[in-house]
Design a protein around this ligand. Structure first.
Ligand SMILES: Cc1cc2nc3c(=O)[nH]c(=O)nc-3n(C[C@H](O)[C@H](O)[C@H](O)COP(=O)(O)OP(=O)(O)OC[C@H]3O[C@@H](n4cnc5c(N)ncnc54)[C@H](O)[C@@H]3O)c2cc1C
Length: 343
């Protein structure tokens, strides 16, 4: 057991590590954006991700031969930095513009920002960031331990890695609280953030079934979002038909977060059928997935958290807002702070 506190007067500050190895926990957009900043600055970066795949909530879920964007649906860019990253993605074929029909027969023309999607799936968005970075998947971090040589990371499988000169924790705030709970002041800061669960239901239909419109939002107290996934560029369904992704509302997801996914999928599809007045069709495939820390309800209002004394910090969408672009910017900000503290 350890507890980190600020240094007392006259006490030596944590010894500057000889190595510039930096660990990043989480291979979502924030973690990979942070990693690519660190890598460009000359640090040796190792990323540890609990899942077998990278991308986090920017996800492409495969169900047999069919792929669905189960998390983030599209990207927008308000900042120049993220816009220039999206432009790079588009010019290298990792992303494309999406102009869904929002009202019957019309192409969306009223959106404030252009919508972009990863191609062939949303997870392509993170791929360029992971180039030349050592990413260890299937490694769930359990504990961070400070030693006199730097940080040691312990995993759930009881193996460890390190020492690292600095650590970036880029997981959702409730998970970050578990890892940074013993660093003075961080629990209080992280507790200000609130995240809510979101059910994502993925449906494959043998025939085109949804009305002409490609996206619907806030249809009822249960449904937050319905999208014809196959209307996005590069997502044609072989043999015809269409794919649909549905997100339940945060309040309904919270009430049902312990429910059986099969029952959730059935109930959500029934609600879509009612709300859109669809014929009673049985989907060829249907499944539900719960994003336990899906959407940010209350963000921190700061770009990232970092202790230059302990050389540990946190980043994620929850720092600045609730969007992928917030995750990207937060990761860059934390990367910059780490580099400044290691010089
Ligand atoms: C249903 C849904 C719809 C959305 N729609 C949109 C949208 O249309 N547009 C938009 O801009 N944004 C959207 N978002 C939000 C967007 O997906 C997020 O803002 C963004 O992906 C967050 O990135 P992140 O890196 O901060 O977190 P995450 O993507 O959650 O990445 C964190 C990573 O850390 C890993 N991890 C967690 N704990 C550990 C541990 N202990 N050890 C190791 N690894 C760990 C996780 O597996 C994950 O890969 C949506 C999100 C959801 C859930």
């Amino acid at each position: 057991m350890y507890h980190l506190r600020p240094p007392r007067r006259g006490e030596a500050l944590a010894r500057k590590s000889l190595t510039q190895k930096v660990a990043v926990i989480g291979a979502g957009l924030a973690g990979l954006s942070c990693s690519s900043y660190l890598r460009r600055a000359g640090c040796f970066v190792e990323v540890f991700e609990q899942e077998r795949i990278i991308g986090g909530r920017v996800a492409t879920a495969r169900n047999g031969l069919v792929a669905f964007d189960s998390g983030a649906q599209y990207l927008t860019a308000r900042s120049d930095k993220f816009r220039s990253y999206i432009n790079e993605l588009v010019s290298s074929g990792y992303a494309a513009r999406w102009d869904p029909k929002t009202t019957s027969g019309e192409t969306k023309g009223v959106q404030l920002h252009t919508w972009y999607v990863g191609t062939p799936g949303m997870s392509s968005i993170v791929r360029p960031l992971a180039e030349s970075i050592l990413v260890h998947t299937g490694k769930k971090v359990h504990t961070l331990k400070p030693t006199d040589k730097g940080w040691t990371i312990w995993f759930e499988d009881q193996t460890s890695a390190g020492p690292f000169a600095a650590v970036a924790v880029t997981v959702p705030a409730p998970a970050a609280r578990l890892l940074l709970g013993r660093v003075e002041g961080m629990v209080e800061t992280l507790s200000r953030v609130r995240m809510v669960p979101t059910w994502s239901v993925m449906v494959r239909l043998a025939e085109r079934t949804l009305p002409d419109q490609d996206v619907y939002s806030d249809m009822s107290e249960v449904l937050r979002w319905i999208a014809r996934n196959s209307s996005k560029p590069g997502r044609n369904v072989s043999g015809g038909g269409e794919t649909v992704v549905i997100h339940a509302s945060p309040s309904w997801s919270r009430e049902t977060e312990d429910a059986d996914p099969e029952a959730v999928a059935e109930e959500i599809w029934g609600e879509v059928t009612r709300q859109l007045g669809l014929p009673a069709v049985t989907p060829q495939q249907i499944s539900a997935y719960l994003w336990r820390h899906g959407l940010v309800e209350q963000s921190l209002g700061e770009s990232f958290i970092y202790s230059s004394h302990y050389k540990v910090g946190a980043a994620g969408d929850w720092c600045l807002g609730r969007l992928a672009e917030h995750a990207y910017e937060s990761g860059q900000g934390l990367g910059k702070a780490i580099v400044s503290s290691l010089i």
